[in-house]
Design a protein around this ligand. Structure first.
Ligand SMILES: *Cc1c(COP(=O)(O)O)cnc(C)c1O
Length: 389
């Protein structure tokens, strides 16, 4: 597959070669344990300090507020389980939304099933927005945490986080956000948003897989998930993944410097895809709110056929994209996000997620726009749901 035909950047990204170069020395020449006494170990420790500053800068946070984890999933777990454990005497109620990533949803479900917590899943409207009014009404005296994602990975909808945070804070409730999809794509400023905790992941921003960050606002105390040596101020034990940390730091630095240019390049390509698809393929629904959501994401339902069949045929032509969410696309359940915005099962099944990134070109977009209508026509001609049209 030609990298320019990869349209699945919300699932993962290739590691930027500048990130690989920055990581390289810490595999062999400087493999030392940052906690050791000798000077080489000090260099590793220094590299971690620099990465912490780079990650902090991306979020407009302080370096002491950055905690390195093994990814977005661990950051989400640490925030939610950490608050749940720390404040269970104060209350047992957690509020989240119906369209969260499984890293949040499954964690909440576990707490409800096994640890005596009560979870409210806020519904969303047809574009994927949580209602501020409904958040207001669902906060109780026992509420200890609101966790609502910034940008949705499937449809790209961006929540009005600032307003949601203000509502939680007016009732003295902590706010965590899964910002894995927004961080590195758009400005994410923790001071401006006001969040207490925020998760992001390295491999969604051209860094290595298996690395993440939890931002924890100064003064916010949560319990750890992992116990051991006192790494990361005791919040996340385990010898530091120095190469990974250097990688996420460099990726953060590059993202901050280049995100504005990325938007300038990718938004027109995404809009072109949307327009082209609507012009050449009949009976298509656009999901989410592309104009106001993530500029790199387009989610459409191509009615009367299966998304998986489209993916398979596009794959044979060298294109990589997703249907529903990558994490659940191996199962036959339709996406919980698309059902939550009110799609019928059959329309959720016909969904395609196109997510663009650094290595896409106008060329590749044109190729996809040429290929897709043919694929759809072939599949529809075989579909029992289409023949009577
Ligand atoms: C990818 C993703 C995650 C999980 O991050 P990992 O680093 O893969 O564990 C969590 N939330 C969202 C919204 C994501 O897109």
């Amino acid at each position: 597959m030609d990298l320019k035909n990869y349209f699945d950047y919300n699932a993962t990204t290739p590691v930027d070669t500048r990130v690989i170069e920055a990581m390289q020395p810490f595999f062999f020449e400087n493999f030392h344990n940052p906690s050791s006494f000798y000077s080489k170990a000090g260099e590793a420790l220094h590299a971690i300090d620099i990465a912490r500053e780079q990650a902090a800068k991306l979020l407009n946070a302080q370096p002491e507020e950055i905690f390195f984890t093994s990814g977005g999933t661990e950051s989400d777990n640490l925030a939610i389980q950490g608050v749940a454990s720390m404040y269970k005497e104060k209350g047992n109620h957690i509020i989240t939304s119906a369209i969260e990533h499984p890293a949040v949803l499954k964690t909440c479900q576990f707490l409800a099933k096994k640890k005596g917590f009560e979870v409210t899943y806020l519904p969303v409207d047809e574009k994927g927005y949580v209602s501020t009014k409904e958040l207001k009404e669902s906060i109780k005296d026992t509420t200890i945490l609101v966790t609502i994602m910034h940008a949705n990975n499937e449809i790209g909808t961006l929540q009005p986080l600032k307003e949601l945070v203000e509502i939680a804070h007016s009732r003295g409730v902590y706010f965590h956000t899964d910002a894995v999809q927004s961080t590195g794509k758009i400005p994410v400023d923790v001071k401006n948003l006001g969040v207490d905790m925020l998760s992001f992941s390295s491999h969604k921003i051209y860094g290595p897989k298996g690395m993440g960050v939890l931002y924890l606002k100064k003064g916010v105390k949560i319990d750890p998930l992992l116990f051991g040596g006192g790494h990361e101020h005791g919040l996340r034990a385990g010898t530091e993944n120095v190469t990974g940390i250097v990688g996420i730091g460099k990726a953060a630095e590059i993202a901050l410097a280049e995100m504005a240019d990325e938007e300038k390049k990718l938004r027109p390509l995404r809009d072109r895809l949307k327009k082209g698809i609507l012009e050449t393929i009949p009976d298509v629904l656009v999901n989410g709110d592309p104009e106001n959501g993530l500029y790199n994401t387009l989610n459409v339902s191509i009615r009367h056929i299966e998304g998986e069949s489209i993916l398979a045929m596009l794959d044979a032509d060298g294109f990589a994209l997703s249907s529903g969410s990558a994490c659940s696309s191996k199962s036959l359940d339709p996406s919980h996000v698309l059902l939550a915005i009110g799609l019928k099962h059959e329309d959720a099944h016909g969904s395609l997620r196109i997510s663009l990134g650094k290595y896409n070109s106008e060329d590749a977009v044109n190729n996809l726009l040429e290929t897709l209508p043919t694929v759809v026509q072939r599949l529809r001609s075989m579909s029992p749901f289409w023949t009577n049209k």
